[in-house]
Write a protein of this length. Structure first.
Length: 394
């Protein structure tokens, strides 16, 4: 891929709004926005017509005008060299299914972020025996919020570096180089897509903090001034829950390394990830609690709540749960089961969050709940042993 690389950004949310100006700033690559939900494409086109999309950082801003805005996969995808799916994980399947017939040979298809098990879905459903390279970002590179649809997105913070894995793994370095060139991001090539799935920190941070805040306090009411800051209000008890969840995931990664020779060294502990990702944006690096409390990238972001007037309650349908449990913790729990490792803290968080959401994924840690088919648990794709797991993601 050279100077004529064509990129399609799939989605109309926060990340898509940042990607367009980021790509244009990095080198002016041709970029299209494919927004297939509702009237997103028309709303983006209306905003873009007023001067493009501005990504406003704390001390500077970028402006970008997409070369095409459409709701039609057949219009955007056939010429695309790189397709970045930037929608919630629960929408990945719908988007990939709509674009798969139009992908050309040699294209790169990936998700930002991929969350956990994206490779299980994509390789089993649409990309088997096709010359398509799959990639996934471990996390979203920015903390960002759309302020004016199609026109302005506020970027509250940017990670110093983001990890990205590819499948097949032999393509990882080349994919990372292309993506860094077209986005301007610092990208750390991961050893495998399995590293990205297990190293998905959203599955720790979002359900873990929700559990720490609201377990046993589900019926608390808040007024607009008392809604807690989501990251900066993490207390000692919640930070301990996060640390234990992180340690359980590390135990899974280390066992796979030791017994099966798969390099998962880039699956790291939560504190180290925070330091690597945010660096000097964190004022006090003492421990997990202080890393959250003093991280300028997290300033002002409140816990998800619902309500009206001046009375609010926790939002248990938030993406912090509906994405990071079925496309995060449940996947990792499945990998742990394949490895024969117990994850008592993760189990407790899954059970509580599932109850809040009104779903049933696991029963006694086993994937026999009525809603497990709506997750990316390995068994959904027939992955029941370590050999199949490795073949699908390494």
């Amino acid at each position: 891929m050279g100077s004529q690389t064509k990129v399609v950004v799939c989605g109309g949310g926060n990340a898509a709004h940042v990607l367009v100006p980021a790509i244009k700033e990095a080198g002016g690559t041709w970029v299209a926005v494919l927004a297939t939900f509702g009237d997103e494409s028309q709303r983006i086109a209306n905003g873009v017509a007023q001067g493009g999309i501005i990504a406003a950082y704390r001390d500077h801003h970028y402006r970008g005008v997409p070369d095409l805005v459409t709701s039609s996969p057949s219009e955007a995808i056939p010429s695309a060299d790189v397709v970045i799916v930037s929608v919630p994980a629960f929408a990945h399947a719908q988007v990939v299914e709509s674009i798969a017939p139009y992908l050309k040979c040699g294209a790169f298809l990936g998700a930002m972020p991929s969350r956990s098990g994206f490779e299980f879905y994509a390789t089993n459903k649409h990309l088997r025996d096709r010359d398509i390279t799959l990639f996934g970002f471990q996390t979203l590179p920015w903390a960002c919020r759309v302020a004016d649809y199609g026109r302005l997105v506020n970027v509250l913070g940017r990670k110093n570096i983001v990890s990205m894995g590819a499948f097949p793994t032999s393509k990882t370095a080349g994919v990372a180089q292309v993506l860094a060139s077209i986005t301007g991001l610092r990208i750390r090539p991961a050893n495998s897509m399995l590293s990205i799935s297990l190293g998905n920190v959203g599955q720790i941070i979002h359900p873990g903090i929700m559990y720490g805040f609201f377990h046993g306090r589900e019926d608390l009411d808040y007024d607009s001034d008392s809604v807690p800051l989501f990251y900066q209000s993490v207390n000692r008890e919640t930070s301990m829950i996060l640390d234990l969840m992180s340690r359980e995931i590390l135990a899974v990664a280390r066992l796979i390394e030791q017994k099966h020779g798969v390099n998962l060294g880039d699956v790291i502990g939560l504190k180290q990830w925070l330091l690597d990702s945010y660096g000097d944006q964190i004022r006090d690096k003492t421990d997990i609690q202080t890393c959250f409390a003093t991280n300028s990238a997290y300033e002002g972001i409140k816990a998800p709540v619902i309500g009206e007037g001046n009375k609010f309650r926790p939002d248990f349908k938030s993406r912090y749960l509906t994405e990071d449990v079925p496309y995060g913790l449940v996947v990792t729990r499945g990998v742990a089961a394949i490895c024969g490792i117990e994850t008592p803290v993760i189990d407790r968080v899954i059970d509580t969050c599932s109850h809040w959401m009104g779903v049933q994924y696991l029963i006694g840690g086993k994937p026999c709940g009525r809603d497990v088919s709506g997750t990316r648990h390995p068994v959904v794709y027939g992955i029941r042993d370590i050999d199949r797991l490795i073949a699908t993601s390494v």
